[in-house]
Design a protein around this ligand. Structure first.
Ligand code: PLP
Length: 483
């Protein structure tokens, strides 16, 4: 053993780690004697104190043992490792290989690498808001107010359903804005729609249960179902939304269906009244659940806001999921579930297994933000901002691409879907990055053969003056696709 006074680690730590490593790597065997503290201190030319401290730590953790008369030895109960002394093998192995087995379910999930890789700033980024328009001064004032007034009792676990004031504010908002039938006691605050979906899946579904998903559909949702061992059955979406008859024919016994009826993700179509009623009838007659993801319909630019599917349900078959990721900002990680009243206890049990409850501080800030009227004002203001961005984008796409582009889903939210014939969207999206275009390709949203190629174009964070030039760059990219 060697130690150095010049090393950044203390002498005691060097002695402790030196012995521990020698034992773990099998260089010192169980029962082997180690020098007395006096002898080692002499050999190393240091005082006895660090040696005593190092030995004390090794004794406390069970690497050493000491018996009167026989001095200090390596603990006799340590497993024999001498035969197994090999450097740590860091070669990548195939997932599923016996020694390094990981969950097969997880291995098959969609990796969000591409999602974060395609983020950053650039024209048409999806799921980004107009960051510069967020009322930061107000938000910061509320954050400061709450972080300065933390009292001892608020350090305890909070209400596992979420802060009561926030639940009341949300229930009032979704009742009026979205026609959701709900009260605060059935509203659960969650960490974004994603956690809401995870809790819903755990509360309602078992491994091998079949779940219908819109085809094309939201990949983050697919991952939750697949991660829970459910079997996902893709069901075609047409201009009226999910084709209920096709789902019933293909997989009539499904336990649940995941839908985005107000603004289908990614195509953007709105589910027609007749499909809504068909879906509710199917769920009622099969005892199945409808999971409604209503993620961005605060912003609707044409006609009246569409009421939620949950608002039409008379049989408590719908779980409604809402989020603040679009209407406020995604880093907030706050969303909510509206749970059928008789299932609240089940959902709470599922939630306890995950996180016990939501963090209290951001909820208090948000409750005040809504309560003081900033939320309603922000939505009104942003509807104008996004509305202008959206019309500019639609006009430019139509003018430059004419009938070569089919635009869907521009009536609501902060993105639209542009179907383009004869392109390879994944390849073009990669090349678009070099042109400062964040193009999310459409085809990977299909589980089966992609019926459409094109892009999801976000306009949330692409300002009006940037749009014409960005559409020019997109057209140039499309023209360059043939060698
Ligand atoms: C279909 C859909 N649902 C939900 C969300 C929001 O998810 P979260 O609330 O977990 O941020 C998004 C965001 O882009 C979305 O596209």
């Amino acid at each position: 053993m060697t130690v150095s006074r010049m090393a950044p680690k203390s002498l005691y730590k060097q002695i402790y780690e030196g012995y521990r490593q020698a034992i773990v790597e099998g260089n010192l065997r169980a029962g082997q004697r180690v020098p007395s503290t006096r002898v080692l201190a002499g050999e190393l030319g240091i005082s006895r104190i660090p040696v005593l401290n190092g030995y004390a730590q090794l004794l406390a953790e069970g690497y050493f043992q000491s018996r009167v008369g026989s001095g200090t030895t390596v603990s006799a109960s340590l497993p024999e490792r001498a035969a197994d002394v090999r450097p740590v093998d860091r070669r990548p192995r195939k997932i599923g290989e016996e020694r390094r087995r990981v969950s097969k379910r997880c291995a098959n999930l969609w990796s969000p690498e591409g999602f974060f890789g395609s983020r950053g700033l650039g024209a048409f980024a999806v799921a980004q808001i107009a960051f510069e328009h967020f009322p930061l001064a107000i938000w910061n004032r509320l954050v400061t107010r709450h972080s300065r007034s933390v009292r001892a009792p608020s350090l305890d676990y909070g209400d596992p359903m979420g802060l009561k004031e926030l639940r009341e504010a949300i229930a009032a908002h979704v009742r009026t804005a979205r026609g959701v039938r709900c009260e605060a006691h059935q509203t659960m605050i969650v960490s974004g729609s994603q956690q809401g979906l995870e809790i819903t899946t755990r509360a309602l579904l078992d491994p091998d249960d079949q779940v219908w998903m819109e085809e094309p559909g939201y990949r983050f949702a697919r991952s939750v179902f697949a991660g829970s061992g459910c079997k996902v059955a893709p069901v075609t979406v047409d201009s009226e939304g999910l084709k209920v008859s096709a789902g019933a024919k293909k997989c009539g016994a499904a336990r649940a269906v995941f839908v985005t009826p107000s603004h289908q993700y990614p195509l953007g179509v709105m589910m027609s009244a007749s499909r809504r009623l068909q879906l509710l009838d199917w769920a009622e007659s099969h005892g199945s659940w409808i999971i409604e993801d209503d993620y961005d319909s605060e912003y609707r630019y044409e006609g009246m806001p569409v009421t939620s599917l949950q608002g039409l349900d008379r049989n408590s078959r719908v779980v409604y999921i809402g989020t603040f990721s679009k209407v406020l900002f995604p880093a907030l990680r706050l969303g909510y579930l509206v749970i059928p009243e008789d299932l609240v206890e089940r959902f709470l049990a599922a939630r306890f297994a995950l996180d016990i409850g939501p963090a209290t501080l951001p909820q208090a800030v948000l409750a005040d933000f809504i309560g003081e009227g900033h939320f309603a004002r922000h939505i009104r203001r942003m509807r104008r901002v996004y509305g202008e961005r959206r019309s500019t984008l639609v006009d430019n796409l139509r003018r430059q691409l004419g009938s070569a582009v089919e635009i869907t889903g521009a009536e609501a939210g902060m993105h639209l879907s542009a179907t383009l014939r004869g392109i390879r969207d994944v390849e073009l999206s990669a090349r678009g990055a070099g042109e400062n275009l964040r193009l999310v390709p459409l085809s990977p949203f299909y589980m089966g053969r992609a019926a459409r190629q094109g892009f999801i174009l976000g306009f949330g964070n692409t300002a009006v003056p940037e749009i014409p030039a960005a559409v020019d760059r997109l057209c140039k990219l499309l023209r360059s696709r043939q060698p």
